[in-house]
Design a protein around this ligand. Structure first.
Ligand code: SF4
Ligand code: SF4
Length: 211
């Protein structure tokens, strides 16, 4: 993703709070690792990847993803969505649609194992293998619903104002991805990655999220 790089600077005790929370949460989230400054940077192995997420995972997407992909690449939704009886398969989720799969991989994956719609690809593909998970500071219960609170907490965390952080934002990586082999990420890169990942994952086009 095109991540903005923040200046290195003071981020309060976000790392101490994250590390403490992760000591409790890691056992509940065995598919993820916490990303901190110093974690090797992500470099996608693309066609050389022995895992290849475009083959392994089913990708969900929302209306904004559907419309962007269709507009950027000039292809009708029925060419890339899973369909049932001539209608897109729609699940009762915030991201209700699924990218179609054929022969064990995304229908949009090219023969050279590169994405056939890179410019208009869904947000889930832009995100992977990074995620931001928000947890209530006191209880460590996950929060998905209060997006305004998450946005406020993220801005406060990036500003080093931990007293105003109700939901702790944890930047994590999916363990199945083998692409974390780059140089250790710096504090400023970490902050940019945190902001960009949260915006892609939760903003759904809504302005006001830290960039
Ligand atoms: S699993 Fe990771 S390294 Fe492999 S293709 Fe996907 S993003 Fe790239
Ligand atoms: S849209 Fe592109 S990046 Fe996303 S799963 Fe399909 S081929 Fe992979």
């Amino acid at each position: 993703m095109g991540t903005r790089e923040y200046d290195d600077g003071v981020t309060g005790d976000i790392h101490a709070a994250s590390a403490e929370a992760w000591r409790t949460l890691a056992e509940r989230l065995p598919n993820y690792d916490l990303i901190t400054p110093g974690t090797p940077a992500f470099v996608c192995l693309m066609g050389e990847c022995p895992v290849h997420c475009c083959k392994r995972f089913s990708v969900s997407l929302g209306e904004r993803d559907r419309d962007r992909l269709s507009a950027v690449h000039g292809i009708a939704p029925d060419a890339f969505l899973e369909m049932v009886d001539g209608e897109p398969l729609a699940m009762p989720l915030a991201q209700p649609f699924l990218l179609a799969r054929r022969e064990g991989q995304c229908v949009l994956l090219r023969d050279d194992l590169l994405c056939g719609v890179h410019e208009g690809r869904p947000d889930a593909c832009r995100l992977y293998p990074h995620f931001v998970l928000f947890f209530e500071r006191e209880t460590l219960r996950p929060n998905h619903a209060d997006t305004a609170g998450m946005r406020t907490s993220l801005a406060a965390a990036l500003a080093g104002e931990m007293a105003a952080v109700d939901y702790l934002p944890l930047l994590v990586r999916h363990r199945d991805c083998p692409g974390f082999s780059g140089a250790p990420i710096a504090e400023g890169e970490w902050r940019g990655l945190l902001a960009e990942t949260a915006r892609l994952q939760y903003a759904d086009g809504e302005p006001g999220w830290p960039e």
